[in-house]
Design a protein around this ligand. Structure first.
Ligand code: NIG
Ligand code: FE
Length: 425
């Protein structure tokens, strides 16, 4: 739905020529598993034709050059590398303020959980976000949209969750809708009213769960503000029983289900995700072999978020290798948020995945393009560079795609296109 609105017809067609590599990800029209995650379908000396926002042809540069007519804008990419726009399937991109003070405090040894327990952490961002107007949230969100685009990301899944009241959750979801309409970045909205129990409900948590089920979900559904519902299922946050109630109710409203599961402890999140048949189970740092088997048999896609492991100073990365070997269609995402993962950079995530989770650079690309697209029900439109798909792509200033994760901390993007339109250069 959101994607269709952004198909701005181009009067002229666009030809990209002289790419050292076009990493197409062409292949079966489904999420990739096992050895398929390493198959990138790279075209060497490639060219690509776009017409009316859609990819018309991908092949040799020579052929594309032979198709150029006077209506066609031509970009000689000068031996660089073209990839599909990254699809970041787990972000929290609408919030007010920062948590730089807590960041510094953690450098002195206080833990994320200790800060949360004394009313900081998520709650401190909630306080600031409640005090912000929709215009202020939009301006902050626009700054981050720009960061995503310049990192080569053209679609993000965007969660609410820093409002935690009926009015403030709606305010965030409406901000996400406005960002989708007014920036070149594509947003897939997720309702995360179950991100934390807000301070005023601490002594009556059942009432907060009822507020989500009886008031928030019906309003979100009526205004069609979210495609998915997510819950932070964790010890001292939402129990598996509470998560079950909230997600079951969201399903009755027609929403797809996602879950923050087993992030800080083995709390039964992955098992519950499998039982409910959610679309994704996210984080999974503490998920064990039983959980992995359960996810596999239920067809749940794991969304792994090494940025939050890194930024929390932990070394407890999720078992990506075991998941890939078990045949799960692994997704990688940034978890961009002001607390546990303040980075929009997918190439940084790739660096962490390769170095600490022993994924190959190719697997990391598959996990953040085609597999991510399928986890958002968009696999037929984006996630690979194939005929009739939307021309969302990024051109990188290197001649081998592996340099993206190898030279870490470098912005490699040269140009970024969304729907065939230049959105960052
Ligand atoms: O995915 N786990 C819960 N939510 C976020 C953190 C949000 C925050 O610290 O503000 C996460 O890591
Ligand atoms: Fe998250």
């Amino acid at each position: 739905m959101a994607l269709q609105r952004k198909l701005i017809p181009l009067s002229n067609s666009l030809a990209l020529i002289n790419a050292a590599q076009i990493v197409t990800l062409a292949g079966a029209a489904r999420p990739r598993t096992g050895a398929e995650m390493s198959e990138l379908a790279i075209v060497a000396d490639g060219g690509l034709l776009v017409r009316d926002s859609l990819i018309q042809y991908v092949g040799t540069s020579k052929y594309v050059e032979s198709q150029i007519d006077q209506n066609c804008s031509v970009v000689d990419v000068g031996g660089r590398v073209i990839l599909p726009g990254f699809i970041d399937a787990h972000t929290h991109p609408v919030f007010a303020g920062t948590r730089v003070d807590e960041f510094e405090e953690r450098s002195r040894g206080t833990t994320y959980q200790e800060i949360a327990a004394r009313g900081g952490g998520i709650q401190s961002t909630v306080n600031k976000t409640r005090a912000a107007s929709i215009d202020e949230l939009f301006e902050a969100g626009r700054r981050y949209a720009d960061w995503f685009l310049r990192s080569g990301t053209t679609t993000v899944e965007a969660k609410s969750g820093y409002g935690l009241s009926v009015e403030d959750e709606i305010k965030i979801l409406r901000t996400i809708r406005r960002l989708d309409e007014q920036t070149p970045l594509r947003y897939v909205p997720t309702f995360l009213g179950a991100h934390s129990i807000p301070t005023e409900y601490k002594s009556r948590r059942d009432d907060y769960v009822s507020l989500i089920i009886d008031e928030m979900l019906p309003l979100v559904a009526a205004e069609k503000l979210a495609e998915y519902c997510d819950v932070f299922c964790e010890e001292n946050v939402f129990s598996t029983d509470e998560s079950w109630k909230i997600l079951s109710s969201a399903r009755c409203h027609g929403m797809g289900l996602r879950m923050h599961a087993d992030q800080l402890s083995l709390s039964g999140g992955a098992k519950l995700a499998a039982e409910l048949g959610t679309v994704t189970a996210d984080h999974l740092e503490y998920t064990n072999t039983d959980g992995i088997i359960a996810l596999k048999s239920a067809g749940v896609q794991p969304v792994l978020l090494p940025g939050s492991v890194y930024a929390l100073g932990s070394s407890h990365y999720p078992a990506a290798r075991e998941m890939i070997d078990a045949g799960l269609a692994v997704v990688l995402a940034t978890d961009f948020n002001p607390g546990s993962s303040p980075s929009p950079s997918m190439s940084m995530i790739h660096s962490l995945a390769v170095t600490h989770m022993k994924m190959s650079p190719a697997e990391a690309i598959t996990a953040s393009t085609i597999n991510a697209a399928y986890s958002l029900n968009r696999g037929h439109q984006i996630g690979s560079l194939e005929q009739k798909k939307i021309a969302d792509l990024a051109i990188y200033d290197c001649d081998d795609y592996r340099e993206l994760s190898y030279f870490f901390g470098v912005v490699h993007t040269w140009q970024v296109y969304a729907g065939g339109r230049l959105v960052w250069s």
